[in-house]
Structures are given as structure tokens and as C-alpha cells.
Unconditional design. Sequence first.
Length: 375
Amino acid sequence: MNTDNLQTPYFMIDESKLIDNLEKAKLLKQLSGVKLVLALKCFSTFGTFETIKPYLDGTTSSGPYEVQLGHEEFGGETHAYSVGYSKADIEAVKGLSDKIIFNSLSQLEAHYSDCYEHASLGLRINPERSMAGQDLANPARPYSRLGVKQALLSPEVLDKVEGFMFHMNCENKDVDAFIAILDHISTTFSDYLDKLSWLSLGGGIFFTYPGYPIEKLAFALKAFAQKHDIQLYLEPGEAIITRTADLVVSVIDIVENEKKTAIVDSATEAHRLDTLIYNEPASVREATENGVFNYVIGSCSCLAGDQFCETQFETPLKIGQKLHLMDSAGYTMVKLNWFNGLKMPSIYYQRIDGRIECLNSFNYQDFKATLGKTH
């Protein structure tokens, strides 16, 4: 593999690492009977779908364009969910979706007559319990707008829906914590579960994390499904693509103001937004824990606090040197933007046989087209 001539910034997705995660997903499916649908809100790079499709059962979406993309490029089951559907949204998705999941009772009531003949309908429930590391990502936070609380449910809802969706995890690595929530759902909502045909338990279960006890998770899911005679779904996103891609950048300047900052040709604000939103520093492949040369890895945007991390290196950085910002697949390519008119990273796919495919590259005309009509 020769990447010397590739112009930074770019994403490099590694197919062999993707397959490692997918094999774990395959094992979970085999042991539990659960079906898995890829969460496109996390990762929608459809040039990789031919690798993913044999392992998963379809896609789940959070907006109309994701529904269309999943239907067109992935196939299998297409699940449509939105916090709020307009009538135009419903018209766009109802013919493409196998399942349509509503966020509220009022949305279900508003769109039921337009949808019930086209798809199996579901309702998102707020179990009032969750495992999320940050409040911003906690669907059971106080005053949450996400899902219907138990107190608002009545048996009549079963006349209109065949499934429920619970989404209450975010990068949850603790299988016992998840099983505790699963037991809570089983007990609290048993009168409904026993009459439903399917149940989605959402995403955020980090079953591909190193050392995660997949068998323990699988047996808990299988027992739950058998108890309630129900088909379970999970909606993995990060679990499928974790540790599969780097954002590769180049050092273009080094400035010093008490600390040295290596400025690179990328920006968290534009290319790795979750680094900024969640204040989660990037990891640099070339860095070392015991290095004596300390640098802030700063972006080339004009936002004063826009930096990737602060880390150490064994030798001084040089202008022109490439750095690999690891684990940059999830919630990156789906959030790219043109802030500051910065060059958009190209997207490459390193196949298992060593070939490198360019899935996409961008230029000035792409930037201009986002702002108005081009001629």
C-alpha cells in the first residue's frame, strides 16, 4: 500500500478492520437470534456497503434522505425513524420503508392513516433509564423529547403499532448495565411486549469493544426474545465501524505561545465535529505516551478553540509530516461541512487485498454548490 502521493486531508477506511467488527456482529446474531440494522446517522459511506451487507439485515434512519439511501444502496430491511415527520416526509418514506417508527403518540395519530398499509408501524418508548457518558447524548435526560414515557401509554396503542423502539445507550461497554436495563424493560412493559411482534433496542451497545463478553449479551437477548415471543433488533453504528478509519492530515505550520502547536490541514469544526462537541480529544497514531516533545494538534480553522488534542512525540514534528487521527469513522463523514471554505477530506477505502479505492473526492465546485446555483 503506497499512500505517499495521496493529498491530505483524507479518510482511509480499512476493510480488514471493518470485517473484524462484522465477524463479531455475525457471532452475536448467530448466538442470539437478534437482527442488526446499520444506523446510518453514524456512518453512511455507501461505498463500503458491499462489505457490510452480507453481515447485517438492513439499515435504520433518522431522516428521509437516509431512508432513501438505505433503500437504494443497502437493501434488506429499511427502518425509518424520525423525531418529527412532516407530511412531505411521510410521503417520501412510506413506500421505501419496512418499518416506520414514530417518536410520539401525536405523530402516530397524525400519520397513521397514511402509513399503516405501507409498513409495520412502531413507537419509540422512553424507558426513563439509560447508559450514556454525556448528558448531550442521554435520551432519558430530564425533559427529554425522545420517546413516550410509560405513564402516557395505554393498551389502545397496540391497535396501531406492531413494535416498540427503545434507544437508551451510548457507547455502553458494560454488559451488566445493559442487562439491568433489559430486565427493567421486560418487567415494566411486559403487558405490551407480549402482544408486539418486534422490538428494537436501539444502538450504543459497544459489543465490538476489545474483551466485550458477546456470549453473555447474546444469551440475555435470546432469553428476552423467548420470554416475550418477539423478534429483537439492534441498531449498531459505532460498534460496526469503530477503529476502522483514520483521518490523515499534514502538519503545515508550527507556532509557539508557551506551548508548541502543530497546525494541520484539517479542522474539528469541519471534519471531526464530535471532537469539539463532546470534548473528546483525538488519538494520534504517531504519538507516544512517554514522548518528550509536547504539541497541541491545532486545526487550520479560525475558531480559537479548534484543536484535535494535546499529545507527545518521540521526535520533533516537521512541516509536511503526516499524522493519522485514529478511529475517525463514526459521526465524522456524516457531519462534514464547509466551514471556512476548507478543503473537504477525500474518502479512500483500503480493500482487504491491499488495493486503495477512492470513494469520493471534493473540489471548489462542490463547495460552491452548497451555497447557491452553479452555472
